[in-house]
Design a protein around this ligand. Structure first.
Ligand code: PLP
Length: 277
């Protein structure tokens, strides 16, 4: 069962107009929200970010908080597994003709929930690989936009290179991953790119920073160059569906001799506690 414009219907019965601007232009925004043990995790934070994305592209939020909560809870209780990933998308809606500029339309709202299977501790203990690439995305990466062409190209590169993530650099400084935020540990301090228009302000990023502080680490939200990434003591990525993952190889170069670091373990364990709060 999925939600589309007021109705809960079978996914294969859900359809939208060919004039929908989401279909024509990728003119829309989205959110991905994890659900643990049937409970939506950090809903307020995700809905606040959704509101920011909508405001940035001048779409009026079609629902109030409680209306979102009703829709999301219905989908959660209809999905068989306790851990899930909610996907919600709002496009500007369907117009009568294809033109770039827009009038006020009725937004199209689509929501689905799917089982979530984060990596097991045994898998995480092996570490993961990443490659680096130039950040070719636009300058409003803070908007969680459905137009994801560059991210799609990166995902395909990751698949071809059999790596977990593509880590991006703009003007020589690491911004984030194609689908995640990036952190390094250097000399006992955590570094990550500051929020702003060049990265998505990850909900998990905030939780990682909170966990790192709880683990007694210094946190420094400052950009760092590609070389520093490759010579870091630890490298991690974070996202709502992947939580916080250790990267132990970057461009075929081992990080921490290819071993998962102790600081990652502390942050990971703290994060697991936050999930149960
Ligand atoms: N950065 C990018 C480009 C992303 O696509 C994502 C998640 O999909 C993130 C960061 C992490 O955001 P969050 O932790 O809110 O899932």
């Amino acid at each position: 069962m999925v939600y589309l414009n007021g109705d809960f219907i079978a996914k294969d019965k859900a359809s939208i107009s060919v004039m929908d601007r989401g279909f024509l232009f990728g003119d829309g925004v989205y959110e991905v929200i994890p659900v643990y043990q049937g409970k939506i995790f950090r809903l307020t934070e995700h809905l606040n970010r959704l509101q920011k994305s909508l405001d940035s592209i001048q779409i009026t939020n079609p629902y109030l908080f409680d209306q979102w909560l009703d829709i999301l809870n219905k989908l959660v209780s209809n999905t068989s597994t306790p851990d899930q990933s909610l996907y919600l998308q709002i496009t500007r809606g369907a117009d009568t003709q294809r033109k770039h500029s827009f009038a006020t339309l009725t937004p199209t709202v689509y929501v689905e929930s799917n089982p979530l299977n984060p990596k097991t501790e045994a898998e995480l203990a092996q570490g993961f690989s990443a490659i680096t690439q130039a950040d070719i995305r636009w300058s409003r990466c803070d908007i969680k936009a459905t137009s994801l062409l560059s991210n799609i190209l990166y995902a395909q590169q990751a698949k071809q290179h059999q790596v977990e993530e593509v880590i991006l650099s703009r003007d020589g400084q690491i911004t984030e991953g194609a689908t995640s935020n990036v952190f390094i540990i250097k000399d006992h301090t955590l570094f990550t790119h500051p929020t702003g228009e060049h990265i998505l302000s990850g909900i998990t990023r905030d939780l990682v920073l909170e966990s790192a502080s709880a683990c007694g680490m210094q946190v420094n939200e400052t950009p760092f160059p590609v070389d520093t990434l490759k010579n870091a003591d630890e490298v991690w990525i974070s996202s709502s569906t992947r939580e916080v993952m250790p990267i132990t190889t970057v461009d075929d170069q081992p990080i921490n001799h290819g071993k998962v670091g102790e600081k990652w373990l502390c942050v990971y364990e703290h994060y697991q506690q936050l999930k149960n709060d």
